[in-house]
Ligand binder design. Structure first.
Ligand code: ADP
Length: 328
């Protein structure tokens, strides 16, 4: 691999996700392997603008692969949204002697990365890190699998109390505008009904499903609602509306919230972060820029940042079909 790279910067940006540390570690160790200098940039694009850099070596990233969150911290940086802000970031990158940048984050972070790589002569490669799995060009984003397992664990626990009291629970989970978390966790957690933005179910459908469930003598029911679903905008209102038409049901609502972002990353997320971290450095060394590394059919692939942020990853219709059948 021929290249002129000497010094690479890595940052995490936007919503944090378990497995980001595995990706940072892999980036740093790939740089060590290929004899490149690497700096961790703290607090995302804000740290790039402010010069909040820390040179890292292989030992500096010891004991982080098992930890959630991100050792580099993440931030939301308004200034980077403007051309002037990105100019400041470029000046700082030059001052620090950066030859290339690795951005670990979601679609917002990639939008910034895409603009930055087009406006200035600094190669940028993205690594998809978000629990929502809402990035085009990869089957899985880093953090998705851990979040799924957290949601399923929460459903299992709620199920214990739901069954003990013959209760109906409406549970809201994360996912932003996408239903990947809800659909997968709903199947795995045995939800009676799953509401996702990619589907257009109404309160009528939910009520009909729950009535059928009562007829089928189910002792507990879970309705899993993605936060981005049209009915999920206010899960308390949804529970009230459905409850008015379901006399006799003892109804509770649980919003899972930020526990879904935390926790030790699963094996899958650690391996994914490791593969994509190494791939990002190898792509930069091969002269690529303005791309994201991802995983398709268990093979590391690349996608332009432009397509990663403008195209929508489709929901798996077969999973919706399966969810309908196994929830009987
Ligand atoms: P995520 O990467 O998880 O989607 P955000 O949407 O909050 O998270 O984006 C993270 C950061 O990326 C923002 O704080 C901002 O610095 C940068 N960013 C987001 N959108 C843009 C944009 N349209 N132009 C430039 N930078 C952006």
């Amino acid at each position: 691999m021929g290249n002129n790279l000497k010094h690479i910067g890595v940052l995490t940006s936007g919503g944090d996700a378990p497995g980001m540390n595995a990706a940072i570690r892999a980036v740093v160790r790939a740089c060590t392997h290929y004899d490149l200098k690497v700096s961790g940039i703290h607090e995302g694009y804000q740290g790039l603008i402010d010069g909040n850099f820390q040179e890292l070596d292989a030992r500096a990233v010891a004991h982080i692969i098992n930890r959630g969150g991100t050792m580099l911290k993440s931030a939301r940086c308004m200034e980077f949204r403007s051309k002037e802000g990105r100019e400041k970031a470029y000046e700082q990158a030059k001052k620090q002697g950066l030859d290339a940048l690795v951005v670990i984050g979601g679609d917002g972070s990639f939008t910034g990365a895409s603009l930055f790589s087009k406006e200035f002569d600094i190669p940028v490669v993205g690594i998809p890190g978000t629990i929502d799995n809402d990035i085009y060009g990869t089957d899985y984003t880093i953090g998705f699998d851990t979040a799924l397992n957290t949601v399923v664990d929460a459903i299992d626990k709620i199920r214990d109390t739901a069954t003990s009291h013959n209760r109906l629970f409406f549970i809201e989970c994360m996912g932003r505008d996408a239903g990947f978390i809800a659909l997968n966790a709903g199947i795995a957690g045995g939800a009676t009904e799953i509401l996702i933005p990619e589907d257009d179910k109404e309160v009528d459908d939910v009520v009909a499903k729950l009535k059928a469930s009562r007829d089928a003598k189910k002792s507990s029911n879970i309705v899993l609602v993605a936060e981005g679903d049209q009915l999920g905008g206010d899960v308390f209102k949804l529970a009230r509306d459905a409850g008015e038409r379901l006399p006799g049901y003892d109804i509770r609502v649980s919003v899972l919230g930020h526990i879904q972002r935390g926790g030790s990353p699963t094996c899958s997320d650690r391996v994914l972060g490791s593969r994509l971290g190494v791939a990002a450095i190898e792509q930069l060394m091969s002269g690529h820029s303005g791309i994201m590394v991802g995983l398709r059919n268990d093979t590391v692939t690349t996608e332009t940042l432009h397509d990663a942020i403008t195209k929508k990853p489709g929901i798996n219709r077969n999973l919706m079909h399966v969810a309908e059948i196994v929830s009987l």
